[in-house]
Design a protein around this ligand. Structure first.
Ligand SMILES: [Zn+2]
Length: 203
């Protein structure tokens, strides 16, 4: 189970400082009163950024592992939330998905890039839509876009910051922002990823 490691470190600082060593869970999330043998249980590695490790804890009584993901890193996607945000901003600022794909200059074919982008855009838009409903005091009037959320908080990048704003609701938000389940494809595929000026690629 993923949990939040609240930190304002960048991915590079996190690796350089080996900050996973400072990630702490004082109590077992399943047994706050203790007595279950809850303990630190080493780390696991992530490929990007190189050298990244994630602190892990274990509850023997509940047979459950807990990993502490720093605010700068994407959940269930490789890399950082900043990188995810940069892709979505590129899409939001482009006249079409194809134009955004061209500017991202990834080393894969266009259909692959479009799928890769769409995956990120859909997941983040769903998370932002949920946040507008959950936190109207912060985001009432926002659209589920990075630009709108940046304006609301006068901050960028915004995604790592949203981990903090949404800390009570991360289990409800899909990755890469939250730690909840991915949205059902059928429900969100069409409604949540229609770029306002772009079109879907031919199938
Ligand atoms: Zn426990």
């Amino acid at each position: 189970m993923q949990m939040r490691f609240a930190t304002d470190l960048s991915p590079e600082e996190y690796v350089r400082q080996e900050a996973w060593k400072n990630a702490k869970l004082d109590n077992c999330p399943l047994h706050p009163k203790g007595g279950c043998g809850f303990c630190r249980n080493g780390t696991y590695k992530r490929r990007f950024p190189e050298g990244t490790k994630i602190a892990r804890f274990y509850c023997p009584k509940g047979h459950k592992s807990f990993s502490l993901l720093p605010d700068c890193l994407a959940s269930r996607l490789s890399g950082s939330l900043d990188e995810v945000e940069a892709v979505i901003v590129e899409v939001e600022n482009s006249t079409s998905q194809e134009a955004a794909a061209d500017r991202l200059r990834l080393d894969i074919e266009l259909p692959g890039i479009l799928r890769w982008m769409r995956h990120r855009v859909v997941l983040v838009r769903v998370a932002l839509s949920i946040l507008i409903e959950l936190l109207p005091s912060l985001f009432a009037g926002c659209t589920p876009s990075i630009s709108s959320f940046r304006s609301a908080l006068c901050l960028e990048p915004i995604l790592p910051e949203l981990r903090g704003c949404a800390s009570l609701y991360l289990h409800l938000l899909p990755p890469p922002l939250g730690f909840g389940p991915r949205p059902e494809k059928k429900k969100f595929k069409k409604n949540h990823f229609q770029h306002k000026t772009g079109s879907d690629p031919p199938v």
